[in-house]
Structures are given as structure tokens and as C-alpha cells.
Design a protein around this ligand. Structure first.
Ligand SMILES: Nc1ncnc2c1ncn2[C@@H]1O[C@H](COP(=O)(O)OP(=O)(O)OP(=O)(O)O)[C@@H](O)[C@H]1O
Length: 639
């Protein structure tokens, strides 16, 4: 498949060309400059012969020497221009490729991104694109060096056909060896790039889970596993380097042998009076020059091979499906629009079934759920029941395979993804913060919010005093350790409530949170539920007790819905879940009162171990697979 001689080689070359063709004008100019520089290079030995021919004659040498000097100066200027031009072009090609891949990632469907390790996705932007650098100029280089080679051979033929014959033998031998070795060089390079991709994936995963790695005393084992990919890459690169070195050595030796042959045969022919001495010298100059196009050819073919491999890896990203930017159907009036202020539900699930892949079992099935415009709806259920999937459907990370969702009385299909999300606010379970300052994070959803608005939400999540106490206030970088895990959760919450959303979706942290964060969370839920819809994936008894309505999920279905007391009276699973949450809650409160007895604040105790940081190490899938403390209890409850 990687054999450039195979049928796949042409489409793969076309892939590489697709990166440079947008810059065809620059490429053409580079080619013309290259041809010009070649012509100058080819003319030099002929002018040298001219100088030598004037030696015995009465004619002046000034003219040919002046021409020779002019050729050198113009040749240098043209080469410089071409160098700069192609260097700039290469950087633009790399930039274009990076821009397109980065945009693709951010526009991609979430499920598509989660299929691949993020570190591997990163290497496609960083290291693969860098390989396009040399490859982009190599196309021009390849044409130039081929023409230079042909031109040199033609001029050699003009000087002496017999000598050309012996040169051609050497060139053909070198070409056959190169053609044999080049495909395996390409294969080795592609394998090296793939190993670098895997290395990026495993290293990134290990660094994100560094606490788990250390706590499991798995540094050495994990390190070895990652280093194995680095070794793999090195082994492939060494193989490529060895073969490249062989190609070079063979090319050099071939040319040197042919020069010796030319010298011998040429001297013999000159002695016989069949060849002028000046022609022999000019021929030898061409023979030395031959090394230029041949080594250029070798370099360019190598760069092209690496570029082709990189181009196909980058273009693979084009296969990642992106979210549509416009609504599938034109937007009609919503129930809310028709009635103005109304009590119609804000969100409705109608017989929704969804699966993550066509050949897998549905993650949720036949979901009928109505979320009122005001109030707090809690979703509870054992691990794997489909709670997160429900949120993914609301946020349109996932599309239903059957049934439909309605927002403000209108089917989701009549909205674009962006329009749907504009009406929602979401606090992830891991409450990740984006790179940057506290201000950057707060303004992430609404960049136009004023300082007063920021202050109001910070007060709402009880972070105002903390921010004031920081030297740099809102401009404190979140990479600094001055902000604890609980505080990060509150920042995420503040971001979500900055502008009152129609629906606040809150995936409650499963790990214990500090008292202050828990209190802030509950105040926010209560305040927001009074004016809008709040939907929580509840992991805490107090959140469940706060809810106006509770949906109990099991095996992808909603098995019961009602108030706490209704469900307690009617649903076995709910009773078990509540019992498990009660145990968890009493354990936590027990722990908190122990803290108080010891004179510690729960918040202080946990500051050393930031829940948010801890969870940042987990992939969403890991989280799903792994049992959270409360997840265990939920299951225990079920048992
Ligand atoms: N990205 C995914 N790809 C394939 N299957 C998935 C994916 N995410 C979830 N599932 C499956 O869908 C089902 C519902 O999972 P979901 O994450 O919605 O459950 P949950 O109730 O949120 O669980 P938890 O409380 O453990 O987070 C599970 O069987 C799970 O294995």
C-alpha cells in the first residue's frame, strides 16, 4: 500500500499536491527561477571552454571572463530569490494545513473526536504538518533537478557522445538502485510517523492521569510503555536513515567511478586527437555538476515520500464528520413565540432512541420526557443508565436515531446546533476550565459580559472575596495553584449562569465537593429554577431532595418520574438509590464533622487534593467505564 509504484501512489501524490496547488503562482515562479538558475549552471562549463579556447588564439579573454563572472553573480541572485520564495511557500503550506486541521477538530462531532486519543490528534497538527515543509518545495526541486540532469546529459552529448555513453551507464545503475530503495524508505518514514502519533496519544493520556500513575507506582511501567513507541519510531527512522545513506553512498560512488572512467577514456581520446582538451575539461565539469541534480533528486524524492505520508495522515482528518452549521429544516414559529410568555415546556423528548454507533445497542430508548420552563428536574439512575447520553442529546452532541427533541415547541431539526446551544448552559461533571485567566473562563460563553456582571455571578457562587484576595484578581491564571478544585467548579458554575440561560444543565460532580461549593451549587440551582429550567444529573441526596421532579433511569429508559415522596412510595430502584445516596451523604457529613472537630475546614482539607484536577486525568470514556465512588453506591443501591 505504501509502495509508490502501487496504484495508491498517484492518489497519494495528489493528496500532497492538493496542499500546494492553492499556491500555484508562487510555485510556478519558483520553477521558472529554478530553470533559470539551472540554465546558468549549465552554461558555465561551456563558457569555461570558451575561456580555454581563447588561450591560444589572439582573441581577447576579457569577454568570456566577463560573461563567466556575470553568470556567477546572476546565478547567485536567482538562487537566493528562489530559496526565499520556496521557503516562504513551505511555511504557508504548513500554516494552511495546521489552520484547516485545527478548524476541523473544533467543528467536528464530539463522538468522532472521542474515538481517537487526543495526543495523537495533536501530533497531526504539530509533527505531520511540519513534514509538508520540505515536501512542498520538493515538487519544484524534483522538476528542476530532473531538467538539470537532462540538460547536463544533453550538453555532455554535444561535447562527446562516447564519454556520454560511459556516463549514462553510471547514471542508469544509480537510478535503478534508487528506485529499488526509495519505496522502503517511504514505508519506514510512514511507520515512524505513525509511532510518533501513538507516542503523542499515550504520553498525553499518561500526563493527564499523572496522579493515578504515581499513586499506582506505575511511573516506570507507564514510562516504558510510552518509550516503546518512541523506540519504535526511532527504529523505523534508523531504517530510513540507513537506506537513505546507502542511496547517497551508491550515488556518490557511481558518479566518482564514472568521473574516473571519463578521465581515462577522455585522455585516451584526446591523445588520439578525437577530443579537444577544452572539451574534456568542460565534460569533466559537467560530470562533477551531475552530482548536484542527482543529490537534489535523492533529497527531493525522500522529502516527497515523507510529505506524501504526512499529507495522507492530515487528509484523514477530513474524514472526521463535522456538525452541520445550518438547520436541517427552516425555522418555524415556536410555541413560545406564538404565545409570548407561556407555560409550555421548554424541552420535550418524544420517543427518543439514540445509539453511539449504528451497530451498537441503543444507549437510551423510547425516552418521553418533558422539562417545564421553570423548575428543577433531577435525573437519577445507576451507572450506565443513560443520564449523560440524555444530556448529550439535549446539547446535540448526539442525534436521536428515532424520535425527536423539541426546544421551545420547535423540533431540533429546525435549529442549527449553535442556536440550540445558545439557549442552554452546561456545567460538565469534570468542570474543566479552559486555558487562560479566571476572566477568560468567565467570559468564555459570553465574551461581551461587563465587569459588573462578572462580579454578580462571582458573588452568587461565593467567589467574590476569594478573587479580591488574589494579587491579580480576575486576571489570575488558572494554571496557577492559587485556585483550588472546588473554586474551579464554582468558576465553571459562574460561567454557566452569567446570562440566564433557558435551560441550565448541570452534571453534578460524583466526587465529594467542599461545603462552600456544595452550598453555592444549591443556591444557584434554587435561584435559577425560580426563573428558568434547571436539569441536573444528581449525585447528591440534597440535590435530589431539592428537585421539583425526578426522573429515574435504568438501562436506557425512564422507568419512573415524580416527586421525591411519590417515588419513595412507588419505585423500588428509587428507594435503593436514595438509600445509597443517604449513606454517601452521611459518610460525607460525618467526615465534615470530624474535620470540624479537628478544627479543619473541609475546603482546606481538600485543597491539597483538588477534585477537579484529579478528575481532569480521566477520559470521558474512562469515567464511564470506571466506577465513581457514588456510582458504586448507586450500584450497591440497586443490588
Ligand atoms: N461514547 C460512547 N460510545 C459508545 N457507548 C457509549 C458512549 N458513551 C456511553 N456509552 C454507553 O451508553 C450507555 C449509557 O451511558 P451514559 O454515559 O449515558 O450513562 P450514565 O447514566 O451517564 O452513566 P454514569 O453515571 O456512569 O456516567 C452505557 O451503556 C455506555 O456504555
Amino acid at each position: 500500500m505504501n509502495d509508490p509504484k502501487s496504484d495508491a501512489s498517484l492518489p497519494r501524490l495528489r493528496l500532497l499536491l492538493s496542499f500546494v496547488t492553492p499556491h500555484w503562482r508562487v510555485l510556478l515562479l519558483g520553477l521558472v527561477l529554478g530553470l533559470f538558475a539551472n540554465a546558468i549552471g549549465l552554461a558555465t562549463p561551456m563558457v569555461t571552454k570558451w575561456v580555454l579556447d581563447t588561450l591560444g588564439a589572439a582573441a581577447s579573454m576579457t569577454q568570456p571572463i566577463a560573461v563567466l563572472l556575470a553568470l556567477v553573480v546572476v546565478g547567485a541572485a536567482v538562487s537566493l530569490w528562489q530559496w526565499v520564495l520556496l521557503g516562504t511557500l513551505a511555511e504557508r503550506v504548513v500554516l494552511d494545513a495546521r489552520t484547516s486541521v485545527i478548524r476541523r477538530y473544533l467543528a467536528a462531532k464530539i463522538g468522532e473526536l472521542l474515538k481517537r486519543p487526543s495526543g495523537e490528534l495533536v501530533t497531526r497538527v504539530t509533527s505531520d504538518t511540519a513534514l509538508l515543509h520540505q515536501a512542498s518545495g520538493s515538487i519544484v526541486g524534483l522538476i528542476n533537478s530532473t531538467l538539470a540532469l537532462l540538460g547536463t546529459l544533453v550538453l555532455m552529448g554535444v561535447l562527446d557522445l562516447v564519454l556520454l555513453g560511459s556516463t549514462l551507464v553510471a547514471v542508469i545503475v544509480v537510478a535503478i538502485i534508487m528506485a529499488t530503495l526509495m519505496p522502503s524508505i517511504a514505508k519506514a518514514q510512514e511507520a515512524a510517523q505513525e509511532s510518533v502519533g501513538r507516542l503523542g496519544g499515550s504520553l498525553e493520556g499518561a500526563l493527564r492521569a499523572i496522579r493515578t500513575v504515581k499513586a499506582s507506582r506505575a511511573e516506570v511501567r507507564q514510562g516504558e510503555r510510552i518509550i516503546a513507541d518512541a523506540r519504535d519510531s526511532a527504529a523505523h527512522s534508523v531504517r530510513a536513515a540507513r537506506r537513505t545513506a546507502s542511496v547517497w553512498t551508491i550515488a556518490w560512488t557511481g558518479i566518482q567511478l564514472s568521473i574516473i572512467a571519463i578521465l581515462g577514456i577522455g585522455a585516451w581520446r584526446a591523445q588520439l586527437g578525437l577530443l579537444e582538451l577544452s572539451s574534456l575539461i568542460a565534460f569533466l565539469l559537467y560530470a562533477f555538476q551531475l552530482m548536484g541534480p542527482i543529490s537534489e533528486l535523492t533529497q527531493n524524492v525522500t522529502a516527497l515520500q515523507a510529505g506524501i505520508a504526512a499529507a495522507s495522515r492530515i487528509r484523514e482528518i477530513e474524514a472526521i464528520a463535522v456538525e452541520p452549521r445550518v438547520a436541517a429544516a427552516p425555522a418555524g414559529p415556536s410555541t413560545a413565540d406564538q404565545t409570548g410568555y407561556d407555560d409550555s415546556p421548554v424541552l420535550v423528548f418524544r420517543a427518543v432512541t439514540a445509539r453511539y454507533a449504528p451497530d451498537t445497542a441503543p444507549a437510551v430508548r423510547g425516552i418521553d420526557l418533558t422539562i417545564p420552563r421553570r423548575g428543577h428536574t433531577a435525573i437519577v439512575g445507576p451507572s450506565g443508565a443513560g443520564k449523560t447520553t440524555l444530556f448529550s442529546l439535549v446539547l446535540r452532541f448526539l442525534e436521536p436515531t428515532e424520535g425527536e427533541l423539541l426546544l421551545d415547541g420547535r423540533p431540533y431539526a429546525t435549529y442549527s446546533h449553535s442556536e440550540v446551544r445558545a439557549k442552554l448552559a452546561y456545567v460538565e461533571q469534570e468542570t474543566p476550565v479552559v486555558p487562560g485567566t479566571i476572566r477568560d473562563n468567565l467570559l468564555f460563553t459570553h465574551p461581551d459580559a461587563t465587569d459588573d456582571e462578572l462580579r454578580a455571578v462571582l458573588k452568587a457562587v461565593r467567589l467574590d472575596e476569594k478573587i479580591d484576595s488574589l494579587d491579580e484578581g480576575l486576571d489570575t491564571s488558572l494554571s496557577s495553584s492559587a485556585v483550588s478544585g472546588g473554586q474551579r467548579q464554582r468558576i465553571a458554575l459562574a460561567r454557566a449562569i452569567l446570562r440566564t440561560p433557558e435551560v441550565l444543565l448541570l452534571d453534578e460532580a460524583t466526587a465529594q465537593v467542599d461545603g462552600l461549593t456544595e452550598a453555592a451549587l444549591h443556591d444557584c440551582i434554587r435561584d435559577r429554577a425560580a426563573v428558568g429550567a434547571v436539569v441536573t444529573i444528581a449525585h447528591r441526596l440534597s440535590t435530589v431532595l431539592d428537585a421539583d421532579s425526578i426522573a429515574v433511569m435504568e438501562d436506557g429508559r425512564i422507568r419512573a418520574q415524580g416527586t421525591h415522596s411519590e417515588l419513595l412510595a412507588t419505585d423500588d430502584l428509587y428507594r435503593q438509590l436514595v438509600e445509597a445516596l443517604r449513606i454517601a451523604d452521611s459518610r460525607e457529613h460525618g467526615q465534615q464533622s470530624d474535620d470540624r472537630r479537628r478544627g479543619e475546614q473541609p475546603d482546606d482539607r481538600r485543597r491539597g487534593e483538588q477534585p477537579d484536577d484529579r478528575r481532569r486525568g480521566e477520559q470521558p470514556d474512562d469515567r464511564r467505564r470506571g466506577e465513581q465512588p457514588d456510582g458504586d453506591l448507586e450500584l450497591a443501591g440497586r443490588r
